[in-house]
Design a protein around this ligand. Structure first.
Ligand code: FAD
Length: 384
């Protein structure tokens, strides 16, 4: 086993570090307070190639392997999870799924714009009444006499929702029960009947556009269907399996940022006439963060390696997402403890890290759902 990065991976990681230092770090506090990151960041992410990682160059992608994708995602997560999420969703959940399941026409229509940052994608699975039990979703797509589909329903907590140009939407289009009746559609967000409402008051990820989508008689042609009819749930689960690696990498970034901040502050802050770094209980906090960072990163890199070698990776992705998300919360919380009262105000970075980390154990499958996926793989018995 060789964990040394290739020249290309080292270069892309440095590119991401420089990008974060230049475009993100100076704005983090302002964006968080304003509850909106500057939309210009999307085009910049496209220009530098971060929205096209792992996508074929023929569709405007920037190529690269999944470890390179993890390295970039980690750096963006270290900088600002609100920005990281834009990439994880538009590239990770939408563009990569179009690349895997799309027709040639769908790929040519969407991928060049998505990878360039000229269009943004969002992923519409969750509904007000169905979160963990996504297979029971109720949004309905009914085929009319002309062959179009007419969609009615609503979607909840949709990242990029108000900014997106296309929603990868999951709707029930056949009479089959549960997940068997679900079909995926690519719905342009300017289609008449689709309205969007920003969800305000989030604990973290404040700069990110999270929305509720309402669909009233939204008409799309049959050519908007992504993958076969009735196979939409498999499309969603395959997107989320890879998506979990991206969330895990973002969590490694949060944990690394917590470590860097805690080490820096402990060296500067003095109490009882000595640097607090000299106290064993403070060193314990820092050491616990550091072990979590390493363990989360190794679990995440393993997923990238499995994907790049064409091996099964879904259970490993659930393990990485479960561990890294819980670790990110622990690390940010431990770092806040190192900062004392200063950790509680937003002039210092750790409070935001904790607020942003908290959602990671909830979305793309809660920690409980990851445990059930891992348990199913080990026992062969499904708890769902
Ligand atoms: P519920 O499913 O109601 O769960 C509530 C609690 O019950 C949880 O603790 C859960 O673990 C537990 N639980 C549920 N079922 C079981 C079970 N069988 N066994 C044990 N425990 C169980 N969704 C999208 O489709 N697209 C997005 O872009 C997106 N972005 C999001 C962004 C944010 C900021 C947030 C907060 C959410 C986002 N989501 C998105 C939705 C997210 O994926 C859901 O919130 C998540 O799947 C959980 O669903 P829920 O909130 O309905 O909770």
């Amino acid at each position: 086993m060789n964990l040394e990065l290739s020249e290309e991976q080292t270069a892309v990681r440095q590119l991401a570090k420089d990008f974060v230092a230049r475009e993100i770090t100076p704005n983090v506090v302002g964006w968080d307070r304003a509850e909106e990151v500057d939309r210009g960041i999307v085009k910049k992410l496209g220009d530098v190639g971060f929205l096209g990682l792992t996508i074929d160059e023929v569709y405007g992608g920037s190529g690269g392997d999944h470890l390179a994708y993890c390295l970039v995602t980690e750096e963006l997560g270290r900088g600002d999870s609100s920005v990281r999420g834009i990439v994880s969703v538009s590239l990770g959940l939408v563009a990569k799924t179009i690349q895997s399941y799309g027709t040639e026409e769908q790929k040519r229509e969407w991928l060049p714009r998505l990878t360039a940052g000229e269009a943004l994608g969002c992923f519409g699975l969750t509904e007000p009444g169905t979160g963990s039990d996504a297979g029971s979703l109720t949004t309905r797509a009914v085929r009319d006499d002309g062959g179009d589909y007419v969609i009615n329903g609503s979607k909840m907590f949709i990242t990029n929702g108000t900014w997106a140009d296309v929603v990868l939407l999951f709707a029930r289009s056949t009479g089959a029960p549960g997940h068997k009746g679900v079909t995926a559609f690519l719905v342009p967000t300017d289609t008449p009947g689709l309205t969007r409402r920003t969800i305000h008051g989030k604990l973290g990820l404040r700069g990110q556009a999270t929305a509720e989508l309402v669909l009233e008689d939204v008409r799309v042609p049959a050519s908007a269907m992504l993958g076969p009819e009735g196979k939409g749930f498999a499309v969603a689960m395959s997107a989320l399996a890879k998506g979990r690696m991206s969330v895990a990498a973002g969590c490694v970034g949060i944990a690394q940022a917590a470590l860097d901040a805690a080490v820096g502050y402990a060296a500067e802050r003095e109490q009882f006439g000595k640097s607090i770094a000299s106290y064993q209980l403070v060193q314990e906090l820092i050491s616990d963060i550091s072990v979590d960072v390493d363990a989360a990163r190794l679990l995440t890199w393993r997923v990238a390696d499995l994907i790049d070698r064409g091996e099964d990776f879904a259970t490993a992705a659930s393990k990485a997402k479960l561990f890294a998300s819980e670790a990110a919360v622990r690390c940010a919380n431990n770092a806040l403890q190192v900062f004392g009262g200063y950790g509680y105000i937003d002039e210092y970075p750790v409070g935001k890290l904790l607020r942003d980390a908290r959602v990671m154990t909830l979305y793309e499958g809660t920690s409980q759902i990851q445990k059930l996926i891992i348990g199913r793989a080990l026992t062969g018995v499904s708890a769902f």
